[in-house]
Ligand binder design. Structure first.
Ligand code: FES
Length: 139
């Protein structure tokens, strides 16, 4: 399975930060639970790559994000920002993931703002995890 970064050309105005990565689980099944390939997760990864084309965001894939009960799953990571895990996504949620990555990359507080966040990333939020360095500074 190809897990390389999305094609990157001119940075789009919608994403200004570097170091933004969307990680899509390619093992997630659709509602039928079928093992047939391509799996729903693979289709979501392809949709996300299409949506990310030309944007300074990488799309990576993994075989499981440990969120299997919430079906189609992905995470959004950005250097120095909070990390997000989402579930209950659809095969065509790629544009939403890229929009979320854009919001995270430009957020001054390192969090995806609620305002403007795609509905799928509101309903599908599983967890957000703080960046490590500020936590280390607290100890
Ligand atoms: S198989 Fe996709 S999160 Fe586990």
């Amino acid at each position: 399975m190809d897990s390389g970064p999305a094609t990157q050309t001119e940075p789009a105005a919608s994403i200004t930060g570097a170091g933004t990565t969307i990680v899509v689980c390619i093992s997630c099944r659709d509602a039928s639970g079928s093992d047939a390939h391509p799996r729903a997760g693979e289709r979501l990864a392809e949709d996300t790559r299409r949506a990310a084309a030309g944007q300074p965001v990488e799309v990576r894939t993994v075989e499981c994000l440990g969120n299997c009960k919430r079906r189609l799953s992905a995470s959004i990571l950005h250097d120095g920002a909070w990390s997000y895990v989402f579930g209950d996504l659809a095969e065509d949620s790629g544009a939403d993931l890229v929009a979320g990555a854009s919001l995270l990359a430009t957020a001054e507080d390192g969090k995806i703002p609620w305002r403007g966040r795609p509905d799928s990333l509101r309903r599908g939020l599983v967890a957000r995890i703080p960046p490590l360095m500020p936590l280390k500074d607290q100890s």
